[in-house]
Design a protein around this ligand. Structure first.
Ligand code: 9MG
Length: 277
């Protein structure tokens, strides 16, 4: 057992867990107006929970390559109603995918159980806001910003450089009073990395686990899967599952995915086989 508290709930991170992606950006739920964005987000959360997700990751600011930042008010307006509605109706951990101090504070007040920050608490005020919540935090590595990150990223040694950065953020968190037991690390697949960098980080997943933290992996349908398989985004499920199975065997325990059921079933088998005597 390796129990980690996530707000009012906890997870045994000796076992794998699926984090279902719930993007509430304007393009995420365009159905011609049959449902409101809130209804549609709620239905999607309901489906992912029934399929076995342990965490629902709610985000209102796109982090795709080239994405431009949104205002704090826009982000609050997008994510808070969704978090509130999910927490009222379901007994589930809701993660808030944000880098914004006000969003961290408000999401926490509504019962969010995890802060998932692709900027590793580097945005102004977010470190202090996160420290005050007492929630766990996923610190992700990104080189540059979503707008610029894919402009020829370079590393001396990608695994060492990413690990050094994450450890430096752990130190900053500890200095702010955020204990190590609250931190989860994520190498940030696709965030300022070439295909070779991403493959190397995946091959070296164990390195991050050996730093003494739980590891979250987010590679669902990403460009690296498409590049290896020459497939468009809607045909990347099998590749995503292969890469996540590899990450599981190298120590990752939380998997941020769009396709919940296939991953819950794949990881149940992987974990069952691993635990067999
Ligand atoms: C929000 N988001 C998009 N991709 C991600 C990834 O790879 N990891 C984490 N933690 N969050 C992500």
């Amino acid at each position: 057992m390796s129990l980690m508290p996530f707000g009012d709930k906890s997870l045994d991170l000796s076992l794998p867990h699926v984090m279902g992606i719930l993007n509430v950006t304007p393009d995420s739920f365009s159905d011609g107006g049959a449902f409101s964005a809130l209804d549609a987000a709620f239905q999607q959360a309901d489906k992912m929970i029934r399929e076995g997700a342990s965490i629902i990751d709610v985000g209102g600011e796109s982090t795709r390559p080239g994405a431009v930042p949104v205002s704090t008010q826009q982000e609050l307006d997008r994510v808070l109603p969704v978090i509130e509605s999910i927490k009222k109706r379901f007994d589930i951990i809701v993660s808030v995918d944000t880098s914004t101090a006000d969003v961290i504070r408000n999401a926490s007040a509504l019962g969010a159980g995890l802060i998932n920050d692709v900027r590793a608490l580097e945005r102004e005020g977010s470190l202090q806001a996160a420290a005050q919540t007492n929630l766990p935090i996923c610190l992700m590595h990104m080189k540059g910003t979503p707008k610029t990150m894919q402009n020829s990223p370079e590393y001396t040694s990608v695994t060492d450089d990413v690990a050094d950065y994450l450890v430096s953020r752990v130190d900053v968190c500890e200095a702010e009073g955020i204990g190590r037991h609250r931190l989860i690390l994520d190498p940030g697949i696709g965030f300022g990395k070439t295909l070779t960098h991403n493959l190397s980080l995946l091959k070296n997943t164990k390195h991050f686990r050996k730093l003494g933290f739980h590891v979250l992996m987010g590679l669902s349908r990403k460009t690296m899967i498409g590049d290896v398989l020459s497939l468009p985004v809607e045909e990347r499920l099998y590749g995503t599952m292969g890469a996540n199975a590899s990450a599981y065997s190298k120590g990752a325990r939380i998997f941020r995915v769009h396709d919940v059921r296939p991953h819950v079933e794949m990881l149940a088998l992987m974990s069952r086989i691993e635990r067999e005597v």
